[in-house]
Design a protein around this ligand. Structure first.
Ligand code: FES
Length: 158
């Protein structure tokens, strides 16, 4: 199986054309591949590296650095709980424990029905709203156990 179809390759060409150096397009290319396939396994990273003419380890460094990228498939709703200092001081442990209790999974896991996955991440750059959890592209702040549980129940209805 190829992760970079001819159609995607055409989009790659269009995107890299906007940058003075092809390698600078690594992040938007990875977004495209992840949107199409749901994750970025090693083979997908290798194909992107090959296209850009850079070592695969350079792509792997980007994928492992940014929490928006994943090497493993995620649930339909991916919950990222910030565990960095401001959120820790505000009680992110309570948020994490609630997520695990309500969904019955641990961090790094996906529910059996594929609806939810959970991950603890570093600062989401919304420290004034802590404790913070990002679901998809949306940040949810000032969370406690009750608000976290209500949010998950709301997501289950979508
Ligand atoms: S410490 Fe949690 S968003 Fe910054």
């Amino acid at each position: 199986m190829s992760y970079v179809s001819p159609e995607m390759r055409a989009k790659f060409d269009e995107i890299t054309g906007r940058y003075p150096r092809r390698q600078a397009a690594v992040i938007p290319l990875l977004h495209l591949v992840q949107e199409a396939h749901g994750s970025l396994p090693a083979e997908a990273q290798r194909e992107v590296a090959e296209y850009l003419g850079i070592p695969a380890v350079k792509v792997q460094e980007v994928v492992s650095f940014y929490s928006m990228f994943t090497e493993k498939p995620r649930g339909r709703h991916h919950l990222m709980v910030c565990r960095t200092l401001s959120c820790a001081l505000g009680g992110c442990q309570e948020v994490s424990a609630t997520v695990e209790r309500v969904l019955g999974i641990r961090h790094g896991q996906v529910t059996a029905d594929g609806m939810f996955s959970v991950e603890e991440v570093e600062c989401l750059a919304a420290c004034d709203m802590g404790p913070v959890m990002q679901v998809g592209d949306t940040l949810h702040g000032h969370l406690d156990a009750g608000k976290t549980e209500a949010l998950i129940e709301e997501l289950k209805k979508r």
